[in-house]
Design a protein around this ligand. Structure first.
Ligand SMILES: [Zn+2]
Length: 401
């Protein structure tokens, strides 16, 4: 379905950058938001959603796979499947995230993400690559097979940068590894973010890494030392550091609701970003799947390795938003922005993405009262539409205004 070059979207609620606006009209011109108003010009067509909420499209900056496909498949087909599956869940952009595997497979995965970054798939856009894997320590390895861990060297980092063809945006690493300080500075100088995770680092080691330029914590509390009163650990350090960003898996399993609330109180609304950490089993039945080199058992949607360690999730961001609102009492606009504006700011793309505001790309998601995704727009065109709302997409001319 093709939408006009100029049209209004009207919704019961518009989640704009500063407020939730009732019954507003968002004018979209050539894929860009050009006004947000209580009224509209009669000369332009309008598409109305009196029963729905219009949100900024979600950005999932840490996602491994969906619907039987994995970034580590290193194929265009898998990127396409993940991209269109994410669009069904309101996601407009994502970072293709790797997991520890052979060096050969890792480089092939980065090459495939790099190609998709320059030649976008049809659903959610590839905003870049996220290296999660290889540079960790064993104590909190999660679903990363330590057999394939590599030294944190410039040569290894350079090979990944080269394979990804400019797409590499984030490198996760354990700061207690030798040479981490130099590598964090090296990455930072290249505009690539170092994030701390799958680590046994103590409080001081984490503070030192943040001081060297690391940006924050990979799925905070998961895959790192928690807070002990004599060792506040990596979790304590990234929560306490005002500038540190934390990724949060809000599936109700990875983090207790009280911990979601604690993170929110420590970080406020601006440094807490939702991720799905979704794996190949997302959108699939329970069963046994592969994550990188390891078998993962999925039961009631919860993925675990054979040793019982949590292994990614089957979460979607619209569910994560609902969980923040219901489990952690976070205001809806802030919860939505933790899946859109906050990750956009972290990635440095908030000038064009992340909120409903004038001049930004019309990358949007339409949800019902329970935040079930009904439609996803990328640059003002439909990337996904649910059958239930399809007929509402016929633009009309409104003569009542
Ligand atoms: Zn992880």
């Amino acid at each position: 379905m093709h939408l006009p070059k100029q049209y209004y979207l009207q919704a019961k609620q518009v989640f704009s950058e500063n407020d939730i606006l009732a019954d507003h009209y968002v004018l979209i011109e050539n894929g860009v938001i050009s006004s947000i108003d209580e009224s509209m010009k009669r000369t332009l067509p309008v598409i109305s959603f009196d029963q729905y909420k219009l949100l900024p499209g979600f950005l999932d900056l840490h996602i491994h796979g969906r619907e039987g496909c994995d970034i580590m498949d290193a194929t265009r087909e898998s990127i396409e499947t993940i991209s269109s599956s994410l669009a069904k869940h309101g996601v407009v952009g994502f970072l293709g995230t790797t997991v520890t595997s052979t060096w050969e497979n890792t480089l092939a995965a980065f090459a495939t993400i790099g190609e998709a970054y320059h030649n976008q798939p049809s659903g959610a856009q590839v905003l870049g690559a996220y290296n999660e894997g290889l540079f960790f320590t064993e104590d909190h390895k999660g679903a990363h097979d330590e057999k394939y861990f590599l030294p944190l060297s410039k040569a290894n980092i350079d090979a990944i940068i080269g394979a990804s063809q400019g797409a590499l945006k984030v490198v996760a690493l354990a700061p207690e590894l030798p040479g981490s300080e130099d590598i964090i500075k090296y990455l930072t100088a290249k505009g690539i973010k170092a994030m701390l995770g799958h680590t046994n680092a103590n409080y001081q080691q984490t503070c030192d890494a943040l001081h060297s330029g690391a940006c924050g914590g990979v799925h905070v509390f998961n895959g790192m030392k928690g807070i002990h009163h004599r060792d506040p650990g990596c979790a304590g350090a990234v929560l306490l550091n005002k500038d540190a960003y934390v990724e949060v898996i809000a599936d109700g399993v990875h983090l207790h609701p009280a911990i979601l609330q604690l993170i929110y109180r420590m970080k406020g609304a601006n440094k807490m970003g939702l991720i799905s950490d979704c794996i190949v089993a997302g959108g699939m039945k329970d069963g046994t799947y592969k994550l990188g080199m390891l078998d993962v058992n999925v039961l009631d949607g919860v993925a675990r390795t054979e040793s019982g360690s949590l292994a990614g999730s089957t979460l979607t961001l619209e569910k994560a938003v609902v969980n923040l609102i219901k489990l952690a009492d976070i205001p809806p606009l802030e919860a939505v922005h933790m899946a859109s504006l906050i990750p956009a700011e972290f990635l440095g793309v908030s000038n064009t993405l992340g909120s409903i505001s004038i001049g930004k790309r019309a990358c949007l998601t339409l949800v019902d009262d329970n935040f079930n995704v009904q439609a996803t727009f990328i640059d003002g065109q439909l990337s996904y539409v649910n059958q239930a709302v399809r007929e509402l997409f016929t633009p009309r001319f409104d003569n009542n205004n």
